[in-house]
Design a protein around this ligand. Sequence first.
Ligand SMILES: Cc1cc2nc3c(=O)[nH]c(=O)nc-3n(C[C@H](O)[C@H](O)[C@H](O)COP(=O)(O)OP(=O)(O)OC[C@H]3O[C@@H](n4cnc5c(N)ncnc54)[C@H](O)[C@@H]3O)c2cc1C
Length: 477
Amino acid sequence: MNTLIDTLRNTVGAAHVLTHDDPATDLSAWEQDWRKRSQGQALAVVRPGNTAEVAAVVRACAAAGTSIVPQGGNTGLVVGSVPDGSGTQVVLSLTRLNAVRAIDTANLTMTVEAGCILQSLQETAEKAGFLFPLSLAAEGSCTIGGNLGTNAGGTQVVRYGNTRDLCLGLEVVTAQGEVWHGLSGLRKDNTGYDLRDLFIGSEGTLGVITAATMKLYPFPAAQLTAWAAVPSLDAAVALLGLAHQHLGAGLTGFEVMGQFALSLVDRHFPQLRVPLWSEHPYCVLLENSDNESEAHARTQFERLLEAALEQGVVTDAVVAESLGQANQLWHIRESIPLAQAEEGLNIKHDISIPVSSIPSFCAATDALLQSEIPGVRLVNFGHLGDGNLHYNVQAPASGVYAGDPQAFLREQEDRVNTLVFEQVKRFEGSISAEHGVGSLKADKLPHYKDPVALALMRQIKQALDPQNLMNPGRVLL
Ligand SMILES: Cc1cc2nc3c(=O)[nH]c(=O)nc-3n(C[C@H](O)[C@H](O)[C@H](O)COP(=O)(O)OP(=O)(O)OC[C@H]3O[C@@H](n4cnc5c(N)ncnc54)[C@H](O)[C@@H]3O)c2cc1C
């Protein structure tokens, strides 16, 4: 093994190969996942500085039969970016590949390296006068390589799509250590199989993304945010239909938040002053991005809300008067996971259901969970605009689990997951809308994925990574 470590040191420089041999080196930032569900042990953490070095590292690991875990910001939520506990895997950290290689304003693209932090790319685009619309709460830490690896979603999918929809080309180091130069900025290219789409969302199991050409958009002249109380989920879906009709492509955000989810924010972060939550079962956060002017955006919003109030799909609403107020409203939405954590451990789901079926899915699944575990509390919120719910389950406030959420997780997590996932299957949804499969859900795929699709995925993995060295045990077991 020392020969491999020596080769890696010669390849990327000794300072960029971290091992446990030096007791003063703390590798936990690379070995523990964000949710603290898994603490692995790496043979080494290797931090190459360019694509040629990544390729050389992959070739050296392939020759030694050593598996590789590609890692960006390590913010993934499904235990996909940390090593297992064997002490035999190399963590390949991409964070030193952080250059913006080019901005092509006429082509509306930027070509960036995999380790660029998402927020820095938003800022780079803005400085050049453009919008890079990928946005998620982890944007200060996650990398574009990780976003591509997981096909991340976020808050603007209703308008701009997932990371996949924002990407035109990739540069990838294959499992054999070859470089695929696919950094095309083309919007049309029908010359065979789409390799780009194959690597996006593959969670590091097929190759290492080293750079990407991403789409840019004109910066909107105005962005307005509204907070609306709705009497039911059916009404929230009806409001979404009206919003599409009135705002067209201007609709860039549509988030739903259940009353219990907002009550947790109110309890744990009272300074955020959550509006309208106490008397309404759901609230919706809407964003209108307008290419004309703020006045135009406001008029559009007023017309939408008037129509919604008339039809009874909205019972009360506020429109943010300033950017500061809009940010406060988004901050409330983004604080739900933190408020949940303050309340205690909970069982998290990241599911998608066709938007039209969301009200009946929630009614049926809420009732099922209540009948199985009386008093269970549902923290229901998410990106309703694209059919993605974070349908989380918190222990009952009283009874055997009161004050002991660990016991709730230990004893009920598998059962709750099965109940929820069976419902997802019944309603033709997905058990992982945006976070991916990683290790956490890999054992679930054989049950919830179409068997022909799964067999094709296995064949693709075998063809591209016959030694099974790229992030083994993730996605496919
Ligand atoms: C607070 C918070 C909020 C979040 N919100 C959202 C959200 O709204 N929407 C959403 O979709 N996700 C969300 N996530 C999870 C999301 O998957 C990540 O934040 C992000 O996409 C991962 O980027 P990363 O650089 O941290 O990747 P990592 O966590 O390092 O890696 C994630 C996966 O991608 C692989 N990978 C990483 N880099 C590469 C590469 N260069 N080439 C090939 N494979 C690679 C890894 O092996 C791993 O399987 C959130 C996470 C947190 C902590």
